[in-house]
Design a protein around this ligand. Structure first.
Ligand SMILES: CC(C)(COP(=O)(O)OP(=O)(O)OC[C@H]1O[C@@H](n2cnc3c(N)ncnc32)[C@H](O)[C@@H]1OP(=O)(O)O)[C@@H](O)C(=O)NCCC(=O)NCCS
Length: 180
């Protein structure tokens, strides 16, 4: 039975990585990443993962009900697929933070917990990355089933025919929209 009150915090080594249930077989890699790689990547500073746990597990190990994983990234923006910054050439590399993985347990879909994870990630990028390190975008390789979700959250599709044809096209949000 999922808890009614949940909180977001950084992943811990002793969390329960195995119980997350995502339903559809397409999401097996998201479950495998959590079980097999998330803590290893955290330990080696390859990725940072925040997890959704019962509120009583804010400072103790708990069952993971959702997670979001962020990594440093860059996007090659061609042919004005992203409006260029001043004096940048047409074909340029844009520094970014990437949402490498994001999932919510299927028992908890549609209750706003995805939004809580995403808004936590956006706040981290805004407050701790973008103010100190050049970073113009937050990006993700969106599963087709999640494209409309990301659009609803303010992300845009990278506007090239090659990108639109990908199984997981790149979507982005410009950080100047968040940082004032
Ligand atoms: C995509 C996902 C993370 C969304 O999490 P969630 O907790 O169900 O989403 P929320 O309840 O926070 O929904 C926020 C809003 O997005 C909408 N929404 C949720 N899933 C959506 C979808 N697939 N398509 C369009 N809109 C969606 C909700 O209706 C809600 O709209 P509202 O604010 O107008 O009420 C979750 O469905 C999931 O884990 N999916 C499987 C894995 C996946 O696709 N991960 C993304 C990898 S690219």
């Amino acid at each position: 039975m999922p808890p009614t009150s949940l909180a977001v915090r950084p992943i811990r080594a002793d969390d329960d990585f195995k119980s997350l249930s995502l339903g559809h077989k397409d999401y097996v890699p998201l479950k495998t990443f959590l079980k097999r790689d998330a803590w290893d990547f955290e330990r080696c500073c390859v990725a940072r993962t925040h997890v959704l746990v019962g509120a009583e597990h804010c400072v103790t190990a708990g069952r993971i009900w959702g997670y979001i994983t962020l990594v440093a990234s860059e996007v090659v923006a061609v042919a004005n697929s992203i409006p260029p910054a001043q004096r940048w050439s047409d074909d340029y590399r844009v520094p970014a933070v990437k949402i490498a993985r994001m999932a919510i347990d299927s028992e908890l879909h549609g209750k706003g917990w995805g939004n809580l994870l995403l808004s936590t990630a956006l706040a981290l990028v805004k407050d701790h990355v973008s103010r100190n390190i050049g970073c113009r975008l937050i990006v993700t390789d969106a599963k087709q089933a999640a494209v409309s979700y990301y659009e609803k959250q303010g992300f845009s599709m990278l506007d090239t025919s090659e990108n639109r044809a990908l199984k997981t096209p790149i979507m982005f949000m410009k950080l100047d929209r968040l940082v004032t």
